[in-house]
Design a binder for this molecule. Structure first.
Ligand code: ASP
Ligand code: MG
Length: 412
């Protein structure tokens, strides 16, 4: 049994959907679960709709554009036009979710439609192409708590739900949505942006799959973003631990939560090119690689917060504990930190509302400064050349290195 995940880029046009259908047809001899994301940039567009709604602004134009995008794509795929009514109905239901309520909850009810619509189109197309396929609503299988936008999986219930699919997998492909889950109370949750990879890992773990394949617009996991660094190379294989650390530093090729459930069960994760499915791609599994080339990760939109003590004392453990308490209460993740005699500095992903709340908490105890618009560059497994190059970056605000990893925070 295998699990395939197709992301937004591999479904963004009718040609891409045909291509994915070809890949599925070539692999359907074995039982297969297919997890799909929203098409193209749909999730971003839906986030924008939610934000307009929240500000009391009109979102009609954006929504119409999004519906037209899906209908046009469907027009190029289907001979029968029954799909139109389905798309119309789904957009009607989406609009019904734009009602007053807690921000994150409303966000999940609306943004999840990207995956629902995509999966309906893909399932109907697979069936038109003669692939036996069962559409499943992931919200009825992946059970989460009600931590909206960051749903935490109830593994026991989820495992039971997903295992109920085993008999059906004998003669059909199971097609479901990435990124979304459901609460016991029937609300939709999302698992964090780019969370479809995680969905694939959840299904694979619960079904004891032989492998998970993530089909991407790159030839595999690369040593850097090839758009930034043209001579980046593809890793042929990577240990789980290495891959997990990469995602921690911000490598966006795989969602950070994906590795753990797979590593725990020893299920290999393959990252392959959907444009060149015959290329080997990257195999992430239990292995030992003698010498990995340096891996370079750029994490954008960073914010550096510096807290200074004001009363001629030094930063002490009590103050540090106060700082960590505030940071953890707001569910903020520190990407890198450093302290000196009188100040403690840390770098976080910039999110305005979180930053405002944090400053509010810290202001009573410290003099607080911050910089935004920064880039955190991590060089893992550096060599002397990469070490020198990245330390000599202009506008360097913070630098930190260990025996294997260099991190620099720069203002571009
Ligand atoms: N569609 C969601 C997102 O763009 C989930 C995913 O693509 O993995 O964040
Ligand atoms: Mg995506």
């Amino acid at each position: 049994m295998n699990v395939f995940k197709f992301g937004g880029a591999s479904l963004k046009t009718s040609a891409a959907v045909r291509n994915m259908t070809g890949i599925v047809k070539n692999h359907k001899q074995k039982p297969l679960v297919v997890v799909v994301s929203a098409m193209g940039k749909t999730t971003n567009a839906l986030e924008h709709v939610v934000s307009l709604y929240r500000q009391g602004l009109s979102f009609q134009k954006e929504l119409t554009e999004l519906k037209t995008y899906h209908i046009n794509l469907a027009n190029e795929l289907f001979t029968e036009k029954t799909i139109h009514q389905k798309i119309e109905d789904l957009f009607d239901r989406l609009v019904e979710q734009l009602t007053p309520g807690p921000d994150d909850q409303v966000y999940d009810q609306v943004v999840s439609f990207g995956e629902i619509i995509s999966s309906v189109i893909v399932c109907d197309f697979l069936m038109q192409e003669g692939v036996a396929c069962a559409w499943k609503d992931a919200r009825q299988y992946i059970l989460t708590d009600d931590c909206f936008r960051e749903g935490k999986v109830n593994w026991e219930a989820t495992r039971k739900n997903i295992q109920s699919l085993i008999p059906e997998l004998e003669n059909k492909i199971i097609l479901t949505q990435g990124f979304i889950g459901g609460t016991a109370g029937g609300h939709t949750t999302t698992l964090g942006r780019e969370g479809s990879d995680y969905t694939a890992a959840i299904f694979a773990s619960c079904l004891d799959a032989d492998s998970v394949t993530i089909w991407k617009d790159v030839p595999g996991v690369m040593s850097a973003d090839p758009k930034r660094i043209p001579d980046a190379v593809v890793f042929h294989e990577l240990p789980y631990k290495e891959a997990a650390e990469m995602t921690y530093y911000g490598a966006s090729v795989i969602h950070p939560k994906t590795i753990k459930p797979l590593a725990l069960k020893g299920i290999p994760l393959l990252v392959k090119s959907f444009d060149n499915p015959d290329l080997p791609g990257t195999r992430i599994h239990e292995c030992h690689v003698e010498k990995l080339p340096p891996l370079i990760v750029f994490k954008e939109n960073q914010c550096l917060v510096s807290c200074r003590v004001t009363d001629y004392t030094f930063i002490n453990e009590q103050q540090l504990s106060l700082l960590f308490q505030a940071i953890s209460e707001l569910d903020i993740k520190i990407n890198v930190m450093q302290n000196s005699a009188i100040s403690f500095s840390f770098c976080i992903d910039y999110r305005e509302s979180k930053l405002v709340a944090l400053l509010e908490k810290l202001r009573h105890h410290f003099e607080v400064y911050y910089n935004t618009g920064l880039v955190l560059i991590t060089v893992k497994n550096y060599d002397s050349q990469t070490f020198e190059t990245y330390r000599k970056q202009k506008n360097l605000l913070l630098e930190q290195s260990s025996r294997s990893t260099l991190q620099v925070l720069v203002k571009p």
